[in-house]
Write a protein that binds this ligand. Sequence first.
Ligand SMILES: Cc1cc2nc3c(=O)[nH]c(=O)nc-3n(C[C@H](O)[C@H](O)[C@H](O)COP(=O)(O)O)c2cc1C
Length: 325
Amino acid sequence: MKTRLTEMLGIRHPIVQGGMQWVGVAEMASAVSNAGGLGILTGLTQPTPEALQKEIDRCREMTDKPFGVNLTILPTIKPVPYEEYAQAIVDSGIKIVETAGRNPEPFLPLFKGAGITVIHKCTSIRHSLKAEKIGCDMVSVDGFECAGHPGEDDVTNLILLPLAARRLKIPFIASGGFGDGRGLAAALAMGADGINMGTRFMVTREAPIHENVKQAMVDASELDTTLIYRSLRNTARVFKNSIAEKVVEIEAQPGQTDFEDIRPLVLGAKGKELFEDGDLDRGIWSAGMVVGLIDDIPSCQELIERIVAEAEQIIKERLNQIASA
Ligand SMILES: Cc1cc2nc3c(=O)[nH]c(=O)nc-3n(C[C@H](O)[C@H](O)[C@H](O)COP(=O)(O)O)c2cc1C
C-alpha cells in the first residue's frame, strides 16, 4: 500500500505504533519497524533525557528501519524537563517525532530546524487545524474509542475522520479503535493515510509486558474499558479493573474530586509494576475499546501482514465487487 504516510516516512505499510508509557521501549518499536510499520519509542518512559538517548541507540542496534520518538506533554504527578527531552531527541538524530498532550508549538522551531517530521496527535478537529496552521507535518486523529486520553468532546472516529478529510490539507493518521484489516480499509476509505494503534500492539509477542496483561486483553470485550479523570477534565480510557472502578466511584461522589484521593491508586509506578509482575489489580493501565476485537497474541510481523492483507482483500474484492455490480 502506498499513501502519503508511507512515502513521507519511508515505511512499507501505513501502520504506526503510537507512544505507549512503559511499553514503547526498543523491543516494541524495533519489532514494529522491522515488520514494515513505524515503531515509536516513548520518550518519557525513560527516566532521564540521557537514558532516552541510550534507548534510541539500543533501538538503532535492533533495526535499520525508520522509527520515531513520542513526546507527551501532559500534566504529570512529577515535573518533567520537556526541553531537555526534546534536545536529546534532536541530538540523537531522530527524524520522526510524535507529539501529544498539549500544543507542540514551543518545540517546533527546534524540531523543524533539525529536519524532523512532526506528527501531532490530537483528539479534535480544532486542534488538528491548529496543528496544521503552526506547521506540523501530519496529525494523528485520536477518536473517543482510543486508549489513553480521548479529550473531553467524546466524538468517535466515524465523525472525526471524514471531518479531518474535509478540512485538513496535511495527511492524517486514523487512531483509536484500530486493530484489524477492516479498520485499516475503513480508515483509508474515510480519507486517512494510515492507522495508528496502541492497544493492539500491546497484545503482541514482542510487547514488553506480562503475559497476564496480554491475556486479560484477549479475554476482554468491548465493554471492558472505562473513563477515569472525567471530573478533572483530563479524561483517560483505561482497562476496567478493580482499581479503575474504585477511581470512578470516588469521582462519582458529590462535590469536586480531590486528586489526592485518587493519587495512591493511579501512581505511574504501580502501572509499571503491574506490567512487570502481571498483578492485574495493582494499578491502572491504558486500554482502548478495541480490546473487544483482540483475540490472539501474534508477533508484530504476523499482525501487520495480516491487517494489510485483510484490508487489501476487502478493497480489491468486497468493495470492488460492490462498486462494479
Ligand atoms: C498502554 C498505553 C500507553 C499509552 N501511553 C501514551 C503516551 O504516553 N503518550 C501518548 O501520546 N499516547 C499514549 N497512548 C495512546 C496511544 O499512543 C494511541 O494514541 C492509542 O492507543 C490509540 O488507540 P488504540 O489503543 O485504540 O489503538 C497509550 C496507549 C496505551 C495502550
